[in-house]
Design a protein around this ligand. Structure first.
Ligand code: ADP
Length: 478
């Protein structure tokens, strides 16, 4: 069975609570109205008058005479005086007509206090009675005064009908009104649900309508709108990334295809075939580097890369990388200097940190002309480790600086003659982000660039191993 909607649940809760309140209220009213305080007071008053007459009478004849005189014509109240052996000395007309039994009363049954009782009397109906045993010169007497409860009963049943009718009407009206109010209050949710159901991947630019900004539903709508905005941005990024990636693959593939086609059109000399094969090899290497970088970024985005961090000795890692890169630097007659403080440990993934610094060193060598200089430094400062790679290379134009960490962004390649993928710095930034650090660049065209990576300092490992070892990834950039 489908669970009840929030509108109905609100309505039922509200009506249930109201029914409970009305029920308690009606019970209190009914109980108060059904109390016979006024009737009992009047009965006690009549009894005391009767008592006054009988206790001063010398014998039963006087008792009877006084009662006839004083109470014989009363209409609203009925009186009865019975002696100890059960003989009726006096009864008003209705009591007499009803032929009430008047059993003799034993002395031990006697109670000094008057007793009230409500009884159903034959022929008379519902009566309220007050009874008292008194001593008189004529002997012990039982006095009884009664009055009909017919009027009170009628009033009570009228009250019952009013309470029931009014209560039922109030509950029905409350349910109806409650449902309308709940429906009105929930209208923004219904509208948002309808609008959200229509939003697909193709029209993420649509937004939910907000009725009132400052209430709970308004805030919910705004939060959902911000979420849709983030989704839109992410989809846009993915779309652009896919288009850029396809474009990056298309150009080298087209070159390879046309080179192969031209080479096959007519017989060529072995040197010419060799040149074509070399060119194909160059393009395939570029493509496999690009594919590997794309795969890394996709995995990083999907959170598939392990985040089991361990203490990594940055000094040892950089020392090792500088040693490796010196070969390439020497080929371009670039001087590669390192000033590395020992005991600089960060908590991280050694493989990814190796890749990060390799990218930066590789860029520094690629974008520094022959005879230049590269300085690598690492120092600890206030709980952080700062790594700087400064080169005396071409530098980056100021207008390109805000974009160089974007995927596929490349500064005009003709300027440096270097063929890259535009993914190296994007990968570096995602590695730094995953390690909770920052990466900044300072650069001036013609003077050089300085890449600064700041990472949280960590405690050295207990066994003293630097933790920077592991399989070396292939050099991604060319
Ligand atoms: P690429 O594969 O093109 O090197 P990167 O993402 O590593 O891609 O770099 C993006 C762009 O930033 C490069 O095209 C290059 O122009 C510029 N760049 C990066 N590092 C340096 C540097 N050390 N000196 C000058 N330019 C740099």
């Amino acid at each position: 069975m489908r669970p009840l909607g929030i509108r109905w649940r609100l309505t039922f809760w509200y009506s249930g609570l109201l029914t409970l309140v009305l029920l308690v209220y009606s019970l209190v009213v009914y109980y108060t109205a059904s109390r016979l305080t006024a009737i009992d007071t009047a009965l006690a008053d009549e009894l005391s008058q009767l008592r006054g007459q009988v206790v001063s009478a010398n014998d039963e004849v006087v008792v009877r005479a006084r009662c006839i005189e004083m109470f014989g014509t009363r209409n609203r109240f009925q009186f009865e005086v019975v002696n100890a052996s059960g003989n009726v000395l006096f009864r008003t007309l209705r009591f007499a007509n009803a032929r009430l039994s008047a059993p003799p009363f034993a002395n031990e049954e006697r109670e000094d206090e008057p007793r009230f009782a409500s009884e159903w009397l034959p022929q008379l109906g519902h009566y309220r009675l007050i009874t008292e045993e008194v001593d008189s010169p004529a002997g012990p007497l039982r006095l009884r005064v009664g009055t009909s409860l017919a009027g009170a009963d009628q009033q009570l049943s009228r009250l019952e009908a009013v309470l029931f009718g009014a209560g039922l009407t109030a509950v029905v009206v409350a349910m109806w009104g409650g449902y309308l109010i709940a429906r009105r209050a929930m209208a923004p949710v219904a509208a948002m649900t309808e609008a959200a159901a229509k939003i697909t991947m193709l029209d993420l630019n649509r937004r939910l309508a907000i009725f009132r900004k400052d209430d709970e539903f308004g805030r919910l709508g705004e939060t959902l709108n911000r979420m849709i905005e983030r989704l839109e941005r992410s989809f846009e990024e993915v779309r652009r990334f896919t288009a850029d990636a396809a474009h990056e693959f298309r150009t080298p593939m087209a070159i390879m295809r046309s080179e192969a086609e031209i080479a096959l059109r007519s017989p060529r000399s072995p040197e010419e075939y060799r040149r074509v094969i070399e060119s194909l090899l160059e393009e395939t290497t570029h493509l496999s580097g690009l594919a590997e970088q794309l795969l890394f970024l996709c995995r990083e985005d999907a959170g598939l890369i392990s985040s089991d961090f361990e203490p990594v000795g940055v000094c040892a890692l950089l020392e090792e990388l500088c040693e490796q890169m010196r070969v390439a630097a020497r080929e371009k007659e670039i001087e590669l200097e390192s000033r590395l403080e020992p005991d600089c440990y960060v908590s991280g993934d050694p493989q990814r940190l190796r890749r990060l610094f390799m990218n930066l060193l590789d860029n520094a060598i690629k974008y520094t002309p022959r005879g230049g200089r590269i300085d690598v430094s690492c120092r600890g400062a206030a709980g952080r480790v700062v790594i700087e790679i400064a080169d005396s290379g071409y530098g980056i134009p100021a207008e390109s600086l805000p974009h160089i960490f974007e995927r596929f962004y490349r500064v005009d390649a003709a300027r440096t003659g270097v063929k890259g993928t535009g993914l190296g710095l994007a990968i570096s930034r995602s590695i730094v982000d995953a390690h909770g650090g920052t990466i900044e660049v300072e650069s001036r065209v013609g003077t050089g660039s300085r890449m600064r990576v700041t990472l949280q300092k960590a405690q050295p490992p207990a066994n003293g191993k630097p933790g920077a070892s592991g399989a070396k990834p292939q050099l991604a950039s060319r």
